[in-house]
Design a protein around this ligand. Structure first.
Ligand SMILES: Nc1ncnc2c1ncn2[C@@H]1O[C@H](COP(=O)(O)OP(=O)(O)O)[C@@H](O)[C@H]1O
Ligand SMILES: [Mg+2]
Length: 266
């Protein structure tokens, strides 16, 4: 059984555009005919809100947390919400307890991997896009280990250097503890305005990660309007110039992702 191509959108720094990039990249992949499952792993549920599924955030169990604790205990029908552009596993207020509950599990970092394998077997997705919380720790470990392929949004400012260094140190140590190989597959300079500092940082990104394609998303209120409308920029009436960059990102990612055959949990 072929698995899906999995990605996580990650950077432990808050407010850099993870959720915005995750929703719009998923929208672009859908626009290109890919069958997408979106997973909101952030206990704050911003992506859940930005996909118009706020009621799911307060839904009664079984929720994403139950599914992470026992990946075979919850069915796709119970867990997956419909959205016009993609299937969605919503976050839930229960996810605030995820760290303390997951830490009790034997293979605590690999629970999302098992959950995705069983959903992929049931539903046959082309892509899984996971939106990460703004910190490193057990929840993010699950995203990193389940997907192994990182889309990294970063602001074009000098603090991003340290965030990226921290992130790569962290993924390096996860690789030593688990049977995973974690690679960046796209870097997204976000909220770019062409100042001197931003131009210098774009150069730094290119030099620091020469093999990783770099995309530039400008500062645009239209991205916030789409969020408020509950969709990506591909599903709004308004023409948004950043659609083109998200489409190029989706095309590039399609050619660079690897899809691993994975074991389906019994
Ligand atoms: N390119 C952009 N242009 C304008 N606003 C943006 C852009 N990217 C993100 N934002 C806004 O910045 C805030 C933080 O973005 P978000 O995607 O939630 O970041 P994160 O998920 O990393 O915390 C949100 O209010 C979002 O609407
Ligand atoms: Mg977010």
């Amino acid at each position: 059984m072929a698995g899906s191509a999995r990605l996580c959108v990650t950077n432990q720094k808050g407010g850099v555009g993870k959720t915005t990039v995750a929703i719009n990249l998923a929208g672009a992949l859908n626009e290109r005919g890919q069958n997408v499952l979106f997973v909101d792993l952030d206990p704050q549920g911003n992506a859940t809100e930005g996909l118009g599924l706020l009621e799911a955030y307060d839904a009664e169990p079984p929720t994403l947390l139950d599914a992470l604790v026992d990946p075979t205990s919850v069915t796709a029908e119970e867990l997956v919400y419909d959205h016009p552009e993609m299937d969605v596993i919503a976050s839930n207020v229960d996810m605030n307890a995820a760290h303390s509950v997951l830490v009790e599990q034997d293979d605590a970092e690999m629970q999302l991997d098992a959950l995705l394998s069983s959903l992929e077997a049931a539903r046959g997705y082309d892509f899984v896009v996971v939106d990460c919380p703004p910190q490193l720790g057990l929840i993010t470990d699950n995203a990193l280990c389940a997907t192994e392929q990182l889309v990294i949004p970063a602001l074009a400012e000098s603090t991003s250097k340290r965030s990226l260094e921290l992130l790569f140190d962290y993924t390096g140590s996860l690789e030593m503890d688990h049977d995973v190989q974690i690679e960046p597959i796209a870097l997204v300079a976000n909220r770019v305005e062409h100042t001197n500092q931003a131009d210098q940082m774009l150069e730094w990104f290119d030099e620091a990660l020469p093999d990783v394609p770099l995309f530039e998303i400008r500062k645009r209120v239209a991205l916030q309007r789409a969020f408020e409308a509950g969709s990506s920029v591909f599903a709004v009436e308004e023409e948004v110039d950043m659609q083109a960059e998200f489409t190029t990102m989706a095309e590039t990612i399609e050619t660079r992702v690897t899809t691993r055959d994975r074991e389906v949990p019994a």
